[in-house]
Design a protein around this ligand. Structure first.
Ligand SMILES: [Zn+2]
Length: 167
């Protein structure tokens, strides 16, 4: 996707995260939106820095970058929402556009893509961005509120639920 659509993705994702994590729509929802807004938007813009150096859709569009960003969360306790934005960027590029990502670069140069998607210059790119962002939020909402109802009683999933909630 192009820069404008990645920023749109970040803005919608930040607002959606506030609503999904605090569906009552109270002050906590607003506070969460403000809290995650800048880091998520920065995360959605970060991978395309490789348009300026390295190889676009390779250098900063691979699993090692996501692992490194998540490593900052685990080991340093920062960049909590930046990696979420970067992951969303990857999904948008892979699912929403025709060209794939070299997910295992520099070990493997092959670009992986879904068989659908639009050109980043297409008039449908923004619509694809909105649809994919809504699907991401729907998947998160399902993971938080629907999947736990499918687990038979007697199985303790407290830790797993807490782990997802901390995202
Ligand atoms: Zn990209």
């Amino acid at each position: 996707m192009n820069k404008k659509d990645h920023i749109l993705n970040g803005v919608l994702l930040a607002v959606g995260l506030g609503i999904v994590l605090h569906p009552a729509g109270d002050l906590k929802a607003l506070t969460t939106i403000v809290e995650v807004f800048v880091p998520v938007v920065l995360g959605t813009m970060l991978p395309d820095i490789d348009t300026e150096f390295g190889r676009h859709r390779k250098t900063l569009h691979n699993v090692f970058v996501i692992a490194a960003l998540y490593g900052y969360v685990v080991y340093f306790g920062n960049l909590e929402w930046v990696w979420v934005g970067a992951l969303s960027h990857f999904l948008l590029d892979m699912v929403g556009s025709k060209r794939g990502l070299a997910l295992f670069y520099p070990l493997w140069d092959r670009e992986f893509a879904f068989p659908f998607g639009v050109k980043t210059s297409s008039g449908y790119a923004t619509i694809a961005t909105v649809v994919i962002t809504v699907l991401e939020l729907a998947a998160l909402a399902a993971a938080l509120y629907w999947v736990p109802t499918l687990i038979p009683s007697g199985i303790d999933v407290t830790n797993a639920t807490q782990a997802v909630s901390l995202l």
